[in-house]
Design a protein around this ligand. Sequence first.
Ligand code: NAG
Ligand code: NAG
Ligand code: NAG
Ligand code: NAG
Length: 379
Amino acid sequence: MFWNFRRIRKCQCVQLVMTCFVLSVLMVCWEQLDHHVVSHMKSYSYRYLVNSYDFINKSFGISQREAKSQSNFPYLINHHDKCDSNEVLLLLFVKSSPENLERRQAIRATWGNESYTQRELGATVRVVFALGVHPNPQQRGRVQRGLLGEDQVYGDLVQQDFVDTFHNLTIKLLLQFRWSHNYCSQARFLMSADDDIFVHMPNLVHYLQGLIRQGARDLWVGHVHRGAPPNRRKDSKYHVPYEMYQWPSYPDYTAGAGYVVSGDVASKIYQATLSLNASLYIDDVFMGICANAMGVSPQEHVYFSGEGKAPYHPCIYDKMITSHGHVADVRYLWKAATDPQIHDISSGLLGKMYCTAVKVMLLCKPYYLNTYPCKAAFS
Ligand SMILES: *[C@@H]1O[C@H](CO)[C@@H](O)[C@H](O)[C@H]1NC(C)=O
Ligand SMILES: *[C@@H]1O[C@H](CO)[C@@H](O)[C@H](O)[C@H]1NC(C)=O
Ligand SMILES: *[C@@H]1O[C@H](CO)[C@@H](O)[C@H](O)[C@H]1NC(C)=O
Ligand SMILES: *[C@@H]1O[C@H](CO)[C@@H](O)[C@H](O)[C@H]1NC(C)=O
């Protein structure tokens, strides 16, 4: 009897200790759990079960005068005539920062080379770098003189007088749509790209030319985020407070690293920016809000990447459109990926089978890659 009683006491004690341990782990991990699991469950449920974003017009609507003041920064560098051509296939805005000269040089020499695109692909593409001013007032003068010199040589910078920071990216978005409306409204497509992505220009041009044959209207193409929750962690770069966005899920949007819209959509987005509050500083999410207000939905293209870098392989180069996170290797990748012999590798039945096998190995990994999805291996 005595022995039995001791055993029960011991058991309860262990249980109690275990319960306390589990509870404290839960408490410590709650924030993580909330961030990674609960917020996603809430946002997916909202996106797939409710899927109503009617609050946008009411909550984000502002007067024309207020809207104008949020994007009315004077131009410090501009080129009204950059698009003086009747047939512009693509106006490509690269979101750059004043100090990123190296990246701009690499882009000019590779995927942003207008004369290459004209000569080799027979397509008129205009590449413009969108900038604000350097955030540090002490360095601003020197950096600005550098920019003016750079622009004298290349004539491809568009700069407005706002501080160029992460939290001002939405102002840069407004710049792109306003500039495109004012100076390049005839362009068939508008693309917005980060300055650390790689664009396979030949593949992109062929894709866009194919779209034109089908009419090319009402298009917004990229790596689509559906049911993404607002990030509520204060230490995150993407943190958005409740006061700014109260709902559990953002409208669908494409990753800001690189996406394309047709000319009619560009003009609709511009119209939306004339009546919506642009204080939400995550530019691609704000783009989703504008598009939602205008009834435009994004379309997934499996070869536009999100945050991730595409694997290096000729079978990938054959299809890729964008890949994120390229700085030092842009020149190498351009040379490798635009080699005219790339297409030979996947030609014929055997080539197709070989490339599908390679892509399954490269893309269909059990863990999350965030470049091209597994289904890209079969397209
Ligand atoms: C752009 O391409 C043209 C034609 O292919 C080439 O001659 C020129 O050197 C390239 N420009 C740069 C900056 O590399
Ligand atoms: C955005 O730019 C404006 C205008 O230059 C500036 O006043 C503001 O501080 C900037 N905001 C951020 C978060 O950098
Ligand atoms: C825009 O929204 C922010 C909060 O997200 C608010 O503080 C600001 O007053 C709004 N602007 C206008 C003009 O309503
Ligand atoms: C939101 O407002 C825009 C323009 O003000 C209008 O075209 C659109 O139909 C409205 N959308 C909804 C869902 O009410």
